[in-house]
Design a protein around this ligand. Structure first.
Ligand SMILES: *Cc1c(COP(=O)(O)O)cnc(C)c1O
Length: 422
């Protein structure tokens, strides 16, 4: 068995620990399925990122959409991070987590009028605009509120991020951003957006990008626009590189943050402005696991199945992206044989699987398994499909653990419904 471990999730006497806490001990208290996060992973990852760009004046804006638990956001905020928020809900969470509004960026291809108004009311650092119509709306709302809106235009650099098509965002065929030519026109159109101050230029070309080349290409393209604007009298204060850095889920090749810094820093150094980064997955993915209990094991013909109590409603990445997450036992029995098995959930969909054709020790009903690297786009994408309750979240710090969100109750699920007589 190939066990994926790190100093944050590691085996001690064949038993999985998160930092210095036994995973089984946590599960005995909160039940399964449950998300468990390592706080020290988040902290160390953030520091690794910011140290890699030591020579460059920069700010990290944690992309809250990857893991929006208020305690996770707070972990980054306490380290000095800003937050990139995608919606009114994420904005509220960031504020609850103690983020300074002047360190918040409002992002998103389809912001509502209310979200824009809220962004201006709270005086956020900047709003990113992704279309000409949105710029017009921001301008109008700011005028009504007698404010000047600080805005960055998200440019679509038309670069192939070479990632899964659903999370590739920087090609002109994708819905995100404004094409280079139009963006230049809008930035320069001084008389049109009287209530807008253009403070930055932004891009985000996709997620789970595992090679550096798309980043260097896109940063280079964006820097050319920056200089062209500068020459024509538009001086931007912020240059936002976005997020998208890929992480290791399985056996894929990725690059280190130091290599990433080495590749793009020479371009960034030439710019006379403050650099923004918006990592999400990089900061959180490998810092979390989803623990499940085995409900049944069975064999259909030659095929083995492990039926766990976690399903696609708890973690949807395998189902929608065909994403690989290592799945491994919480307790290793090295004397047992290994089998190849599909590991599936209880939801009524063939697409409900955690992993297919996985090599794993022969397992028994009642034992626990861990879905690794589940700290990003895990809980935040959970749903109530099959009227299942969303799982709890636990944050581990050294030898202590904290339930940072409890398991939903059925009252919770039925809160908004009542029987009517029609
Ligand atoms: C999703 C997103 C991010 C974070 O992406 P990761 O791949 O998780 O790093 C950053 N910026 C924007 C605009 C996003 O939409």
């Amino acid at each position: 068995m190939n066990l994926f471990d790190s100093s944050y999730f590691t085996y001690k006497s064949d038993e999985l620990f998160c930092e210095n806490v036994s995973v089984k001990k946590i599960i005995q208290e909160v039940g399964t399925p449950a998300y468990i996060y390592s706080k020290n992973f988040f902290i160390d990852r953030y520091k690794e990122f910011t140290e890699a760009f030591e020579e460059i004046p920069h700010t990290i804006f944690f992309a809250a959409k990857s893991n929006f638990n208020i305690n996770v956001i707070k972990t980054f905020v306490d380290l000095g991070s800003g937050v990139d928020v995608n919606s009114e809900g994420e904005l509220k969470r960031a504020l609850l987590a103690g983020a300074d509004p002047r360190k918040l960026i409002l992002t998103g291809v389809g912001k509502t009028l209310n979200e824009i108004r809220l962004g201006l009311q709270k005086d956020l650092l900047m709003i990113k605009a992704e279309s000409e119509e949105e710029l017009e709306l921001i301008n109008t709302i700011a005028g009504e509120m007698k404010k000047v809106a600080r805005v960055a235009i998200r440019v679509n650099p038309d670069v192939d991020a070479q990632t899964h098509p659903y999370i590739s965002t920087g090609l002109s065929e994708n819905k995100f951003g404004i094409d280079t030519k139009s963006a230049l026109g809008l930035f320069k159109d001084k008389n049109r957006f009287k209530n807008i101050l253009f403070t930055g230029i932004d891009m985000h070309i996709g997620s789970q990008i595992t090679s550096i080349q798309p980043f260097t290409e896109a940063v280079e393209k964006l820097s050319q626009i920056y200089f062209e604007l500068k020459d024509s009298g538009v001086h931007l204060k912020h240059f936002d590189v976005g997020g998208g850095i890929g992480v290791k889920y399985g056996y894929e090749e990725t690059f280190s943050i130091q290599d990433y810094a080495k590749a793009i820093s020479p371009i960034l150094k030439k710019l006379d402005c403050h650099i923004f980064f918006e990592p999400g997955r990089f900061l959180t993915a490998n810092g979390g696991i989803l623990v499940a209990q085995i409900l049944y094991t069975k064999k259909n013909g030659e095929k083995n199945f492990i039926i766990a109590d976690a399903a696609m409603n708890d973690i949807i990445r395998p189902s929608i992206y065909g994403a690989h997450h290592h799945i491994q036992p919480v307790e290793v029995h090295s004397d047992r044989a290994e089998i190849i098995s599909d590991i599936v959930g209880p939801v009524c969909e063939t697409g409900d699987f955690l992993g297919r054709k996985r090599k794993i020790q022969e397992s028994k009903r009642g034992e626990y398994i861990a879905v690794m690297s589940a700290g990003a786009y895990g809980m935040v994408m959970a749903s109530n499909y099959n009227a299942r309750r969303k799982p709890p979240e636990v944050l581990v710090a050294n030898d202590k653990f904290y339930v940072i969100r409890s398991r939903e109750t059925y009252d919770h699920l039925l809160f908004d419904e009542k029987i009517i007589n029609s």
